[in-house]
Write a new protein. Structure first.
Ligand SMILES: *Cc1c(COP(=O)(O)O)cnc(C)c1O
Length: 404
């Protein structure tokens, strides 16, 4: 049983009013809201155990270190990583991608190839472009199909013995399409390429099993899974993390420093230079506990209901087109109405308390493919309701009558 009222009561912000209307928050793809347990845990950390980790012998430092490392174990278990030291704390998905791309740039030879897709967030394009520029490697792109899926025939043709890495998202932030990453990983491994999965949009909706997927890297952001901003995780297979050079130099990441030579600390510390977001890392574990308590099976079933209902209701609006028409979708509806700019719809529905994202969603290649300036994106989490979807639909209808 899914007690939606009890769940909504866990999120204080959902009681807020916006423009004198009850908030309807459908911008979850940009960031999720935070339950009270998460808010309380931030306060509790700074009130009771705040200290720097891994350094002091004093009691608070021990408590903070234990809580931080306990959170790492929790996240290891959550994503089913083989070792805790394969779980790196980062500031978010973007940082994780840059860490790996920067390291890879130093391993690549001119003429090597990296494959991304036309369905990527700019975060999963630009760092690989940098890596190619630095190394002389070449960037290849898996093209989109009209229904928003990736073209797997072309993908297989792109794979050659020059391919060193394939970087794709698990779920598209712009369209909500779930990519066939199992297939993508299997085919890449057959020719010896590594695979980086951008899991920023998947982790709010499902529990990834990195060993079952057999991906080489998997990155996600804390703030999209009910955790604090400035937190994230990069999972990497031990062998790859040992092979990659460190990203940032600083405290905690060294074994021994002289002016002639520095040797690096063991994993995970090799990649965790400086004082990290200690509170954030600890509280990310609290957010993950909360999500597991709600239950990912229940979340998936409920969000499917929201997606189906929203799709059906929105499609009754004349001239409305949804981008990303596939069975394999997360609870995201990205749409336009004939003759209306997405920004105008977003601005009008905001007046009615409805928060949606408008624009290119940091994924300009997708917009170029569909030849549109952007879309209106409503992205749902398990704390949203069908009643809220009714408010969105009414607001969009009103925008249409005002603008046409
Ligand atoms: C949000 C997002 C990112 C970037 O995440 P940050 O938290 O901004 O670092 C990357 N890829 C996808 C698919 C996203 O949705």
């Amino acid at each position: 049983m899914f007690d939606i009222q009890a769940i909504r009561a866990d999120f204080p912000i959902l009681k807020e009013k916006v423009n004198a209307k009850p908030l309807v928050y459908f911008d979850n793809g940009a960031t999720s809201q935070k339950p009270k347990v998460v808010l309380d845990a931030i306060q509790q950390y700074y009130t009771e155990i705040n200290a720097n980790i891994h350094r002091g012998v004093h009691t608070l430092s021990q408590l903070a270190t234990d809580a931080y490392e306990e959170s790492r174990f929790k996240i290891q278990k959550h994503i089913n990583a083989k070792h805790a030291h394969e779980v790196l704390f980062t500031s978010g998905t973007t940082f994780g991608i840059n860490l790996v791309a920067n390291g890879f740039a130093q391993l690549l030879q001119p003429g090597d190839e990296i494959i991304v897709s036309e369905l990527e967030h700019h975060s999963n394009i630009v760092p690989w472009q940098f890596a190619c520029q630095r190394s002389g490697a070449v960037l290849k792109v898996i093209p989109l199909k009209e229904n928003g899926e990736l073209n797997m025939e072309v993908y297989q043709q792109l794979l050659t013995n020059k391919t060193k890495l394939v970087a794709v998202n698990h779920i598209s932030n712009a369209l909500g399409v779930i990519n066939p990453i199992e297939f993508i990983i299997e085919k890449a491994h057959q020719i010896g390429a590594a695979v980086f999965i951008d899991g920023a949009q998947a982790t709010p909706h499902l529990k990834p099993d990195v060993q079952a997927l057999d991906c080489d890297f998997y990155a996600f952001s804390g703030h999209k899974i009910c955790g604090p901003t400035g937190t994230g995780i990069l999972y990497g297979k031990e062998a790859w993390l040992n092979a990659l050079p460190p990203y940032q130099g600083g405290g905690e990441m060294i074994k021994e420093v002289t002016f002639e030579e520095t040797t690096f600390a063991e994993l995970p510390h090799k990649f965790e230079a400086g004082t990290p977001n200690i509170a954030g890392g600890i509280v990310l574990g609290v957010a993950i506990d909360y999500l597991n308590q709600v239950g990912f099976d229940a979340i998936a079933a409920y969000e499917k209901e929201l997606l189906d209902y929203a799709t059906e209701q929105l499609l009754q609006i004349p001239g409305l087109r949804i981008y990303g028409n596939t069975e394999h979708k997360a609870s995201v509806v990205s749409f336009n109405i004939d003759g209306i700019h997405p920004y105008d719809i977003g601005a009008i529905v905001d007046k009615m308390g409805v928060a949606v994202r408008t624009g290119h969603h940091c994924a300009q290649p997708i917009m170029r493919y569909f030849n549109i300036p952007g879309t209106v994106r409503a992205s749902f989490m398990f704390y949203n309701t069908k009643e809220e979807i009714d408010v969105l639909v009414q607001a969009v209808k009103k925008a249409q009558t005002m603008l046409l």
